[in-house]
Design a protein around this ligand. Structure first.
Ligand SMILES: C[S@@+](CC[C@H](N)C(=O)[O-])C[C@H]1O[C@@H](n2cnc3c(N)ncnc32)[C@H](O)[C@@H]1O
Length: 267
């Protein structure tokens, strides 16, 4: 599955606004407690996660891992970080050596439960994992259309299809990751990180509707009229949209974060 630089650039401001700031701060604080620490960003794309951390982690080293050479080229041109062209499906060969923090943003909904479990097993006891922006199955449009529910159901079914890693976790990715890491003894915190797209983000809304519609069609739902109506509403500046995501931070026990965020073990 490939992702266009234009799509990643279009979504980046919404992604940055959506990321839970307290988890980002906690991940950065853990990272910067070591000298010249290394972050390994899996499925880095054009380097959005590096930019989201920004000055919080000044002095940290970044290794950006992706299989898309063009995206890595854009990332390197923008950030000057180390890039590694690799296929994440070869989970046992991931270049994690030396990492204090492993990150993965807008990635885990593509992977399988088995992949997540294997990755969790590769994390050393003193390494933290920050996985942001895993889609949680929620898309709420305003104004609503009669076809929204059917299109969303088809889209979510498509999200669970194989994206190259086996059956994808899709909307379950964030919760599954949190559970696996908690079972492995990490101190896990989660936080909602929804896109909240207003009328001014009409381009992202229109592109999102096209993507959702295309996936719904692949799942057997006729969605052409719905996409057209959604595009028209977005371009007229009369629609807004919420897309649910979950951010997950797993810290080694003993490095438990102090700030207040919902723990996965909370009711
Ligand atoms: C939705 S993009 C997210 C990019 C970036 N993390 C961000 O937040 O903008 C998913 C990324 O995963 C990468 N990817 C997907 N499957 C991959 C695979 N099998 N091996 C390596 N990278 C992969 C894509 O090339 C893309 O850059």
């Amino acid at each position: 599955m490939s992702f266009a630089l234009e799509w990643l650039d279009l979504r980046e401001p919404a992604d940055h606004a959506a990321r839970d700031p307290s988890l980002l701060d906690a991940a950065a604080a853990f990272l910067m407690a070591a000298e010249a620490p290394l972050v390994v960003d899996l499925g880095a794309g054009s380097g959005s996660t590096l930019r989201a951390f920004g000055a919080r982690v000044a002095g940290a080293r970044w290794r950006l891992v992706d299989r898309d050479r063009a995206l890595l080229g854009a990332a390197a041109a923008r950030a000057g970080a180390e890039t590694v062209e690799a296929d994440l499906r070869a989970v046992d060969s991931l270049p994690l050596a030396g990492a204090r923090l492993v990150t993965a943003s807008a990635l885990l909904d593509l992977v399988s439960a088995a992949w997540v479990e294997r990755l969790a097993g590769l994390l050393a006891a003193d390494v933290s994992l920050y996985a942001a922006l895993s889609y949680d199955g929620t898309v709420i449009w305003e104004p609503a259309l009669r076809e929204d529910a059917a299109v969303l159901a088809a889209f979510n079914a498509h999200q669970r299809g194989d994206k190259g890693f086996g059956p994808a976790l899709g909307p379950d990715a964030g919760r599954h990751l949190a559970q696996v890491l908690e079972e492995r003894g990490f101190a896990v915190a989660t936080a909602a990180s929804p896109w909240q797209l207003g009328p001014e983000q009409w381009q992202l809304q229109a592109a999102l509707a096209e993507g959702i519609g295309a996936a719904a069609v692949e799942s057997g739902v006729v969605a052409g009229g719905w996409v057209q109506a959604r595009r028209e509403a977005a371009m007229a500046g009369v629609s807004s949209c919420i897309v649910g995501h979950l951010d997950v931070l797993a810290l080694p026990v003993g490095a438990r974060r102090q700030s207040k965020t919902t723990s996965v073990s909370s009711p």
